[in-house]
Design a protein around this ligand. Sequence first.
Ligand code: FAD
Length: 516
Amino acid sequence: PTCFIVLFIISRLMSITGTLSPWASSVPIELLKLDIAPRLHTDGQAINLASTDYGRIVQAIPAAVLHPSSIDDIVTLLKFSYNCSDPFRVAVRGHGHSVRGQAMADNGVVVDMTSLNDYNNGTGIRVSRNPSLGFYADVGGEQLWIDVLHATLEHGLAPVSWTDYLYLSVGGTLSNAGISGQSFRHGPQISNVFEMDVITGKGEFVTCSKHTNNDLFYAVLGGLGQFGIITRARIALDKAPNRAKWVRMLYHDFSAFTRDQEHLISINGLDYVEGSLIMQQSPPNNWRSSFFSLSDQSRIASLSTKHGIIYCLEVVKYYDDLTVDNIDEELQVLFKGLSFLSGFIFKRDVSYVDFLNRVRSGELKLQSKGLWEVPHPWLNLFVPKSRIMDFNEGVFVDIINKQNKTTGPILVYPLNRNKWDDRMSAVIPDEDTSYSIGLLHSSGDNGWEDLDEQNNEILQFCDKVGIKAKQYLPHYRTKEEWMNHFGSKWDIFQERKAQFDPKMILSPGQRIFNSV
Ligand code: FAD
């Protein structure tokens, strides 16, 4: 078939239907003869949304945006592209919270997953139980984690592994890993999936798990959207607690801070362990959470004036009506022997939902000031434990604190490798413990480029001194960099691409097998 005949008459016809602007693209016009045509949008609003993301750094304009009304619509789109002599690219957009155009498709078609929800025709969120798995939820790939939380809580249940921020789609986080302070104990979100429905790059609808079609299962988890579109994930659930004791402790000595963090993730008493930096340019309260009272903030500010960088260890223990009487005692035991600065321990007692959804209020505040939709030149890394002291000296002290241009939270917390499954596509360093580092910049007065330069300096520093860090939510420009990123997993990653998306249709915005 001559997929690429751009017909003037048909473009006129499209204008008449009112759903589409004139078709002026590399996507075959025959697409409009399919029954999904009414749900293909080329109007300014749909195109603008799909050409940008949370990062606001990359822009790539698609030819059209599909608002699927059902999973079959997505199958139809992918089958059509696959059978074209010159297939067009397809990107799935979950909630568009990537920072480097990962969910974009220049001149291709973006599938806006949110519309499955609007049509109420995806998997939705269904809680069930069976003897081998216990409780689980079947969740549409388009669902946001906040909705998964609310729906599962209705049954007194909840997933065990989270991200810090819940307005992210299930398909989006499972394509990366989905990490937070619970990961040390339960693994990343990808370690808590039993089964998935996936539409491959050939347009085939496949159910996969550890036991059935497991190549696809392992490929897709952490697979950066390269192998298929997740339309359903079966997520492990556990009994939900009611409340959370939320504690922060301050350090000025990085080695004491990391020693305590590593100790706390080695014992099984806490539900959440994270950490962050407090500096003049990244104060104690930020959009990630406003935890400290005004008077605490001024005490902490004097501490950071004296010491430069202050390290904040953050932990949570959940409790409920049955465990309420012992919770404080249990925490006391867990904190025994920790070396935080005397007098600098701060406690809050909040509901489970308020804790998990702690970032939302900061987001709303920034949105109201017009400060949420600004460029976000983020850098996320996994740094092996053996080099975390060098990373602190070379990056936190010598680059970030000295240059004084960081604008946003800086996270640092350890993860246990034994909670990750190496058969999955996600990549972390080859050590038992690695640190997740998040430099969550918002564009400052000097624009995002200045912060991006700093990010590059950090990456160059790691290269120069041989710190084998891996990027999380990776962003590379060349194939060599991607090969280096995947290391020994590159060959299998490539083989799986050839198997499940041989025409390299999916997720062009990641720039692994094709540029945007
Ligand atoms: P999108 O940006 O829409 O897509 C991301 C990638 O996944 C694209 O390649 C896309 O094609 C692919 N994709 C999306 N849906 C599907 C699907 N159904 N099937 C297959 N592929 C799909 N991450 C963490 O791990 N922990 C955190 O605590 C955390 N906090 C964050 C806080 C904020 C404010 C932001 C902006 C991001 C945060 N992230 C965090 C990063 C986030 O997990 C990723 O950016 C994730 O991809 C965002 O999900 P999304 O639905 O917006 O994905």
